[in-house]
Ligand binder design. Sequence first.
Ligand SMILES: [Zn+2]
Length: 438
Amino acid sequence: MRVFVLDKNLKPLDPCHPARARELLSCMRAYVHKRYPFTIVLQDRSVENSTVHPHRIKIDPGSKVTGIAVVQEQTGRVTNALEISHRGQQVKNALESRRALRRGRRNRKTRYRKPRFLNRTRKQGWLPPSLESRIANIETWVRRIRKLCRVTAISTELVRFDLQQMQNPEISGIEYQRGELFGFEVKEYLLTKWGRNCAYCSIENVPLEIEHIVAKSRGGSNRVSNLTLACRKCNEAKGNKPIEQFLKKKPDLLKKILRSAKAPLKDATAVNATRWELYRRLQSTGLSVEVGSGGRTKFNRKIRGIEKHHWTDAACVGASTPERLLLLGIKPLLIAAKGHGTRQRCRPDKFGFPKAHAPKAKSFQGFQTGDIVKADVPTGKFAGQYVGRIAIRFRPSFVLQLPTQKFDVHPKYLKTIHKADGYEYQSSLLLMPYRTIY
Ligand SMILES: [Zn+2]
């Protein structure tokens, strides 16, 4: 993990090693600009008189967690890695509870009102709010990184497999040995086609092997229409038996497998709406956007012998991935989307009856829910120093949320180190020394 560096006009320079940043901070040549991600301002430098290398933002969008890696293109060094946890499910739950509440109220109060739920139109490119929030999270972080580092290109994963590279997979025979890019595309294709479970016993969440429906020793081909996925046990049990014999007791399953084996997978199933929309929005940044397939990502990661994490997957997205990726000692900054609070003033109980009223104000004594603070509690059960996120109350007793515990603190013991920005952070850089300039 490197530290982002800005020049005195807040223009991005090359990120530097944390040790170098500590040195610059302690000899007062730099000051802290931002805690998350850690950024310093070098006061005696400007972009004009220093060389700045181009970087590429690489994104592996996921439904729960998105990995982002910032890679220096010439050296292949991963300078920074982020893992963003989205709040799609929370958004969905909140909207569902609101809908149920409103529906109940309409039923009670306006029973004879004409329905008017069908006279609404949606803007083009509309996505459900839960998906929209995911895209917005990624857009936000691309925008933020661009302010901290010179970014010239973006890579993102768009599809699970690349149909064009496979060229009509159901017809052509394809080599799928380990280590071949095609093999990874074929595996991803099969995973999508057969639904990520064993074709014979439908077990899930186990390693699946590519299985020939007509065994090779019986003249079966390498065409995708002759391939399916099976768990180790089923694969061994079937061996080179004909499928008709192996599934003698399950005629329905046999019929289903034979039917779906011949049917080609439609192009559309490889791409989902969210990723397309993300791709469109990334293009509107004006940077060159490269797209990769899931098969390519896996291939890139496997041949480089890199462990699987969201951020390493991100670093391996796309054909432009450098031959050597330098990622020793990188620890990703873990980011969790937390939203910006709620406008709901009435807090109902589970039956929809008003339970409490929330004040309109968002801040109290200069603090806001979501601020990250340094707490120095002198006495009491929780005496000590902490860094964490606070939730405010409208009296001098805030809740300090730490990874393992939470307790009440008086605001006089708190000092804000990072203003609420809709995200929560967890990183190893929490205890960097810092100096603020007023
Ligand atoms: Zn099985």
